[in-house]
Design a protein around this ligand. Structure first.
Ligand code: CP
Length: 479
């Protein structure tokens, strides 16, 4: 049977194992394509190797034009961008490659109703060797990676992740502080909708840094992010006494997130909370008003980092970072402060993205490092019947109606927990159906443990189950 081209159908999750080589059309063994969809897709050792490469690119930015000649990157931006798109394009040009830009997707065939999956198959099917995608739907880059025969780089998907901004942010900590492990980093502002904050928090936890959350009131770190920080990295939230942060934290309920260390927690006896001392970096973020609901739209009382706040003793040695663009959350008077590095931070986006492109295009080895991460599509299952159980209205499985099969991944069997395979949001359900037997159960029923994952149906209510033709377990037993 002739081999099916990867662009004729989505690449099935079980088609290949992580890091496994795949056979090309000429039956040569070709390395598996690596995508950068989540910060989880890259190991700590690989990140450190990227930093070393970025150091070389930063030292001599014009000396590497022979790295990617003849290669083309495509920028597909369904949302506005200055830094991410232009720094990727600058990086590709500095590596000697070319760029295709669709910076304004409203002038593309999207307005004629073309799906994301089709666009990716077309652009990746001969126009470009790597795709840099920004899209408002969460999980969109994950979907794109399923359909793309070339590497996909997530340049921001809704509020979910922005992994290359995180690599840029980590690189800045590495350059400015010489390490990441053990640093105390303040994340301030809109922690609810800022995708840069979410990716950065996961990465900081993985590197063993401590996080001090200073959220704008009502825009705290989402529960699903806090849960993941605990489940994946054993990072525990502790109420923080942030008086030493001065004006910055005056109107915020600060939380300290730290890897569980019993000796630390046993020292935690003060009812006011863990006392924040000297911090190494403040990472300020703007209000993500484009994602706010009506109640969150006002930013008149938004946190503000001013000269007065920078006088706090705990910030004496802190660098000030911001993914940019900024609005008023860092006042212009702070720009001249030597601790402010946000424009240097943006400039370092070029060498780190040169390293990312050279690596994903196979033009640079990262050395003998462990690769790959956890791909939520791998080991996932298509929803067998009924509606899409993903609770996230911004998930690509809801916003893209064609070429997307709702999929879930079982997180735990007892008690049963599952998450959307695209946006990774945990499913909420009251009833479990079995598509094979046609019977529904309470989630804690013993019989649920016997249902094969591919037969699981997650339902909100008994009415929904019966509306789909499922019968109650007891009724079925008596019939
Ligand atoms: N930091 C960042 O993502 O900036 P842009 O939106 O300008 O790309």
């Amino acid at each position: 049977m002739s081999q099916v081209s990867p662009i004729e159908r989505p690449i099935e999750p079980d088609d290949r194992a992580d890091g496994e080589a795949e056979k090309g059309a000429d039956d040569q063994i070709a390395p598996a394509i690596r995508h950068l969809v989540s910060i989880d897709d890259i190991s700590v050792a690989e990140i450190n190797a990227l930093f070393l490469a970025a150091d070389r690119f930063a030292a001599e930015p014009r000396a590497f034009a022979d790295t990617c000649p003849g290669f083309i990157s495509a920028s597909l931006f369904y949302e506005p961008s200055t830094r991410t798109r232009l720094s990727f394009e600058s990086a590709m040009l500095r590596l000697g490659g070319g760029v295709l830009t669709a910076a304004e997707m409203t002038s593309s065939s999207v307005v004629k109703g073309e799906s994301l999956a089709d666009t990716i198959r077309v652009v990746g099917g001969g126009y470009a060797d790597v795709i840099v995608l920004r899209h408002p739907s969460e999980g969109s880059a994950r979907l794109a990676a399923l359909y793309s025969p070339v590497p996909v780089i997530n340049a921001g998907d809704g509020s979910l992740e922005h992994p290359t901004q995180t690599l840029c942010d980590l690189y800045n900590l590495h350059v400015e502080r010489g390490r990441i492990e053990g640093l105390d980093v303040v994340l301030a502002g809109d922690l609810k909708y800022s995708r840069t904050v979410h990716s950065f928090a996961y990465a900081l936890a993985r590197f063993g840094a401590n996080i001090v959350c200073v959220p704008q009131h009502g825009l705290e770190l989402p529960e699903y992010v806090v849960e993941r920080l605990y489940e994946d990295f054993k990072v525990e939230p502790i109420r923080a006494d942030a008086r030493r942060l001065g004006a910055l934290a005056a109107n915020s309920d600060a939380v300290y997130l730290t890897p569980q260390k019993p000796h630390q927690l046993s020292l935690f006896t003060d009812a006011r909370g863990w006392e924040v001392q000297r911090v190494d970096a403040v990472y300020m973020t703007r209000p993500q008003t484009e994602r706010h609901s009506g109640a969150e739209l006002s930013d008149t009382s938004y946190l503000r980092l001013e000269k007065r706040a920078m006088a706090a003793e705990s910030l004496r040695d802190a660098i000030v970072m911001h993914p940019l663009p900024r609005r008023d959350e860092i006042s212009a008077e702070v720009d001249a402060d030597p601790r402010s590095i946000y424009f240097k931070q943006a400039a370092r986006g070029v060498p780190i993205r040169m390293a990312i492109l050279a690596w994903l295009l196979g033009r640079m080895e990262l050395g003998d490092v462990d690769g790959g991460g956890r791909d939520p599509i791998k080991g996932s299952h298509e929803v067998p019947v009924g509606p899409n159980p993903c609770p996230n209205p911004s998930c690509v499985s809801r916003t893209e109606t064609r070429h997307v099969d709702a999929r879930f991944r079982v997180l735990k069997h007892d008690p049963l927990r599952a998450a959307c395979a695209y946006c990774t949001r945990e499913l909420q359900f009251e009833v479990i159906g079995c598509s094979s037997s046609g019977i529904y159960h309470a989630p804690d029923a013993g019989a649920v443990r016997l249902i094969l994952p591919e037969h699981l149906v997650f339902l909100e209510s008994v009415e929904d189950a019966e509306g789909l033709g499922f019968r109650a377990a007891a009724t079925a037993a008596g019939s």
